[in-house]
Every structure is written in C-alpha cells, then in structure tokens.
Write a protein that binds this ligand. Structure first.
Ligand code: GTP
Ligand code: IMP
Ligand code: MG
Length: 347
C-alpha cells in the first residue's frame, strides 16, 4: 500500500526538470494549474525549450506561454529573466487565444533574427554542442554586454507589458497561489550541468526564482520532474545510452519539440536524479511516462490502479532519492495522472 502524501495548495510552487529537459514539465505544470487553480502561472527560461501539452484531445506545442494556460482563470506571466522572439510571443498569444491574460515583463529579453543567424552560423555551437539554434545563447551574450533590447523597447508588445515582479509580490501578499514553470533540466545547467554540453542559463529552481525576481523564503514547494527513463537531445555524455533500435523496441523513442531531432535514450539514472533532488531542495518528485515502463498503467488515475510492479518501482524511486513521489504521469493527456494528495477528476 502506498503512502499518501498530503500537499495543501501552497503560495509559491516551482516545477523544475531533473534530467536533461523534456521530462514532461509542461504536462505536469498544466495538471497543477488545473488542480491548484493558481492566480498566475509563470514561465522562465527561453524559446529553445518546447513543452508539449495534450489537453482534451488537442496537442499544444508551447515555447513561451506557460502550460498553465489550460486553466482559463490563470493569469499567464513571462518572467523578466526569460527570453523570447517577437514572432513566438505574438503567434503563441494569438493561436492560444490568451492575449487578454498574458503579461510579459517590461524587462523580458527579446531574441532577434540576427541572434538566430549568429548561432546557426556558429559551427562549434551547432555541430559540437548540438544547440537548438534558437538564438537564446547569442541573446544572452548581448544581455550580459548590456546591448540586448528588452520587451519595453517594442511598441508591438505594449498591450502585454507589466511589472510582473510587482504582480507576483502582490499576489503572494494576498495569499494567492503562483505556479512557476522552469525550462530544460538540471544537467543542462550552465553552472551545474555537463559543461560545455549545456544550455546558456542556469536551470535550477533557484535560477527560476532569480528570473522572476522573488526570494527563496517565498517558496513552499519544489517539484522536480523526472521521466521514467532519461532522454537527451544534442551532444554530451549520457551514461548507459541505448541504441535507437532498442529505444524503439521499448517504445521510448521521442523527437524534440523545437528541432524535431530524435532524442537519445538511457534507463532511469538514480545518481543523476539524486543530485538534482538535493541541489534543487526538492520537496517532492513527479514521475512522467510511467505508462512507458509499465504499459498496463496507461491512464491510471489512482495509486490503487497501479500494478504491483509499478508501485514497487515508484517506492524504490522514493527510497533511493529520499523524497516522496507526489504525482505520476500515466499518459500524454493532462488528466492521465495520479496525484497522491487528491482525487484526480477526468477533465
Ligand atoms: P522542456 O521545457 O523542453 O524541457 O520540455 P518538457 O519538460 O515540457 O517536455 P516535452 O513536452 O518536450 O517532452 C515530454 C513528452 O512526453 C511530450 O511529448 C509529452 O506529451 C509527453 N508526456 C508527458 N508526460 C507523459 C506521460 O505521463 N505519459 C506519456 N506517454 N507521455 C507523456
Ligand atoms: P541551446 O541552449 O539551444 O544552445 O542548446 C544547447 C544544448 O541544450 C543542446 O544540447 C540542446 O539540445 C539542449 N537544449 C536546449 N534547450 C533544450 C530543451 O528545452 N530540451 C532539451 N534540450 C535542450
Ligand atoms: Mg521540451
């Protein structure tokens, strides 16, 4: 019998990746936005990260709009430390029909065509590192050199502009909930990952806080997300990597949301996961794609519905990582999830 972990909705909840990105943070953040009904969902990071959310049969590919958009009552914030191109910002806002509740910080960094070109013509970055070529690193360079133009410099963004730090501080003071959605994963961190095979920013929960402009004492819950196996796109070490043929046989093959590249695959790695849990001060863990390890669990919505083997595996993860597994993904749909603190309603 599994232990029931009781999580009261808390004011500031961060969702962060624990492997090499693509752990399924988008789906987990979308689930939390429906279950917890936060006042705001905040996206940090940049448009090299693609989140896939499958909700009511529709597949959304999000590059900057928070996955919390599935809750129509949630305000959507792009953090001031985040970076996006005008094209992605404007087209996503329109396609998702969220323009009236989207707030882009006045100081969010803007990626231009020139940044994309600078990266794509950089042989080292594209061929050696395997960059997504989204212009994020080049824009970060300009930001550090204090040449980058920010959202406030573009009249076309006027309707979205806000001091989002002030919005968040006020919401927290009123005791409202805020859900923060980080991007990529711990091992792609510029500081803590497998340098130089990393992205151009820190990817920890602490970095997400820094990007939105709140202090560590505001945080109540940090959920680190892991997939039931490890994937990595681009170059860099991947211990225990299996062949594409083997990954295909196991049903573990995936393609990148932004670049369409096949993701490299390995089995769940406890050492990498344990460090990510500790370094992020995780309060709890979310595991996605349990249905890919144990097909009989597909779209299970309660702990009791899991097979004995699946429950044993989750308990082993808890034992070895020293933190509770609070949420378990059992399918692509946002509602295919087990939440050990509440009953999951099928949306
Ligand atoms: P980054 O911000 O780029 O790191 O992305 P991400 O963490 O949001 O993950 P991404 O959406 O790129 O990749 C995860 C994939 O797994 C997507 O195709 C999701 O639809 C899918 N997915 C997420 N959770 C589950 C699950 O529990 N079961 C199954 N079968 N698929 C899932
Ligand atoms: P860049 O950040 O686009 O320059 O890419 C640098 C490295 O990070 C490459 O290995 C990319 O594949 C990887 N990367 C960047 N963003 C993501 C992501 O969202 N998911 C997975 N890998 C990513
Ligand atoms: Mg992704």
């Amino acid at each position: 019998m599994g232990v029931l972990w009781l999580w009261e909705p808390v004011p500031l909840h961060i969702v962060v990746g624990g492997f090499f990105g693509d752990e399924g943070k988008g789906k987990i953040a979308a689930y939390f936005s429906l279950a917890e009904n936060p006042s705001y969902a905040v996206r940090t990071g940049a448009t090299n990260a693609g989140h896939t959310v499958v909700y009511r049969g529709q597949r959304y590919k999000l590059r900057i709009v928070p996955s919390g958009f599935v809750n129509p009552e949630t305000g959507l914030i792009v953090a001031r430390g985040a970076l996006a191109s005008l094209e992605v910002l404007l087209s996503e806002a329109e396609e998702l029909g969220v323009a009236s509740r989207l707030f882009v910080d006045e100081m969010t960094g803007i990626i231009t065509r020139e940044h994309v070109e600078r990266e794509r013509s950089d042989y080292y970055l594209m061929s050696h590192i395997g960059s997504t070529g989204s212009g994020v690193g080049a824009a970060m360079v300009d930001r550090v050199l204090r040449r980058l133009r920010l959202a406030r410099d573009y009249p076309v963004l006027k309707q979205f502009l806000a001091d989002t730090q002030a919005l968040l501080l006020e919401a927290i003071e009123r005791g409202e909930l805020v859900l923060v959605e980080a991007s990529q994963g711990y091992w792609l961190s510029l500081y803590h990952g497998t340098y130089p095979f990393v992205t151009s920013r820190d990817t920890t929960a602490a970095a997400a806080l820094s990007e939105i402009g709140l202090g560590p004492r505001s945080v109540d819950r940090i959920t680190v997300v892991f997939k039931a196996y490890v994937t990595r796109v681009g170059a860099g070490p991947l211990l225990g990597e299996i062949s594409r043929e083997e990954a295909e046989k196991l049903g573990w093959i995936e393609y990148g949301t932004v670049t369409g590249r096949p993701r490299r695959v390995a089995a769940f790695n406890y050492e990498l996961a344990a460090r990510a849990v500790k370094a992020n001060s995780a309060t709890d863990i979310a595991i996605t794609k349990l249905d890919k390890l144990f097909p009989e669990t597909r779209c299970a919505r309660s702990w009791e519905k899991l097979s004995r083997e699946a429950r044993k595996w989750i308990e082993e993860v808890e034992d070895r990582l020293g933190a509770p597994v609070s949420v378990i993904g059992t399918g692509e749909e946002v509602g295919c999830v087990i939440d050990r603190s509440r009953e999951v309603i099928a949306w």
